[in-house]
Design a protein around this ligand. Sequence first.
Ligand code: PRX
Length: 654
Amino acid sequence: MADQDIQSILREDREFPPADSFVGKARIDAQRYQELCAQAEKDPQEFWANLAREHLHWHKPFKVVLDESDAPNYRWFSDGELNVSYNCLDVHLAERGDKTAIIFEGEPGDVRRLSYRDLHAEVCRFSNGLKALGIVAGDRVVIYMPMVPEAVVAMQACARIGAIHSVVFGGFSANSLRDRIEDAGARLVITADGGHRGGKVVPLKQATDEALASGCETIEKVIVLRRSGEDIPMKDGRDIWWHQAISGQSDRCEPAWLNAEHPLFLLYTSGSTGKPKGIQHACGGYLLNAKLTNLWVFDLQDNDVFWCTADVGWVTGHTYVAYGPLAAGATIVMYEGAPTVPDSGRFWKICQDHQVTVFYTAPTAIRALMKFGDEVPAAYDLSRIRLLGTVGEPINPEAWMWYRRVIGNENCPIVDTWWQTETGAIMITPLPGVTATKPGSCTHPLPGIFADIVDQDGNTVSDPDKGGFLVIRKPWPGMLRTIWGDNQRYLDTYWEKFGRRFYVAGDSARRDKDGYFWIMGRIDDVLNVAGHRLGTMEVESALVAHERVVEAAVVGRPHDIKGESIFAYVVLQGERPVGDEALKLVQELRGWVSKEIGPIARPDDIRFADNLPKTRSGKIMRRLLRTIAKGDEITEDISTLENQAILEQLRGTS
Ligand code: PRX
């Protein structure tokens, strides 16, 4: 986060008490909140056990609440059995089978509604289709699909039969897809001919074919949903249309009763070093936190229409689209496309047309839409919205205030929710009927979440406004279980820094004089571009894979809309190009990274230099590169810099 932002947040002293419309009506009111906090404080295991018994259907009740014998590989409810899909669908059939589960709108404007009964039938049919292909519990299935109901059907069907899904965001390239398929050792890919995004068709099947042509030996079958209607080649013996896979299949499918610790999904996310890591979540614990946070934080009531704008390719689309709201029996909106198609009013039109009551999006989207002016949302009836949320990155107070004033009509609470792929569900957040909010602060940890801020030695930072490492002191059910295939990396990344005493989130944070948490940003080399995590190393490796590139260093630079943008310094083989030749190569490299990783990783700026600034020990001086990227005055010590002349090249002035 930019120093400037930290400064402005430090000056932030506006406070907004819970809205009158919420007080007394929310699922969690002040009294209930106090009770929950007291119970969690007194006996955290008993606290979670009671909630797990109350909120989940157990085929075989658990006796063991938390198995710490192999800590920090914690196991929750480990002798219990349940099924996630049963808990999201079957449990609602008797009382609200006809209730709308999903309102879907495609980018071209097509709308579909699925009741809980419809969704259950679709999931069962597809589960049977998967079984007919020989997919069994424990198999890995990669889902590479547009934001259409079938993506949720595919996830739920995997959960129903115990296959472990790994959703790969449709914006990732063929190479990224291949790496994830290979790391997971998947047997099946589920994709579509194409999805609609930004007025174009995203060629998902084509990317799948490319990925499979360059490896992925473990893949046996590819299921292809017809969505865009493109004419695509189907490979004999390998590719099956979705409609053929479900043809003749029964709309009933007995769920597999799985151990609570059975892996539900892997989701790849960036770390500071090396390749993306497969974050592994377990059925029981994940579902508990997913459901509870939908009820507590989004206060989902029977007549709510909940729209979380995240794609199912991200964890937010898992917990607040595909699983949590369904477990809570809510009606959700799913939208396939971009927020600016056909114009910048699309989000607000969807809110109006589908009578959205709870809206959850990323600060980057808010900042982007804010730029179009107040009159755009003003043209739509947003009066049903009663609660707003944000996730993924720090929100600047200006965007927060706009969100509150223009979208929330000054009377909706805003929940700024801090969490991570690894945490499974929201951890630090206001509760809409309880918390007085401050623009830019995610406020307080939820009951049962023991978040703290510690210094280098692991001691709690008690000075207000002094930054430190954000840590979680006690295990919680929805936490990641391990990194797929690399438990050592799990231990090293999240636990070793403080001798395995607590979970290290990788963020820095501070607490103000009132005990409010403020997230300051990452402490490692992870970038947060438009709310998406990218490792600097990943982008660097992609650049270095280009034949002209010898070395690359990537840093984040503050960006008005995206939060951070990617700035790359590149050392080339041979002469450093100038003028048109340089421009051409910049374009080529940007396209290259986009192809290697995906458009989200395309650098905004690329600068060529004869070499990179390094310390005596050979470490790239990233802080210096960040300063230069921002165009700020250099205050770092550059006395150790061997070739002072390259500063001009890095600055782009020579
Ligand atoms: O740096 C924090 C930031 O996003 C990171 C997690 O990224 P990811 O696993 O991709 O999950 C994003 C969606 C849950 C965190 O380590 N982050 C997330 N939420 C917030 C945030 N930073 C500030 N405020 C938030 N509300």
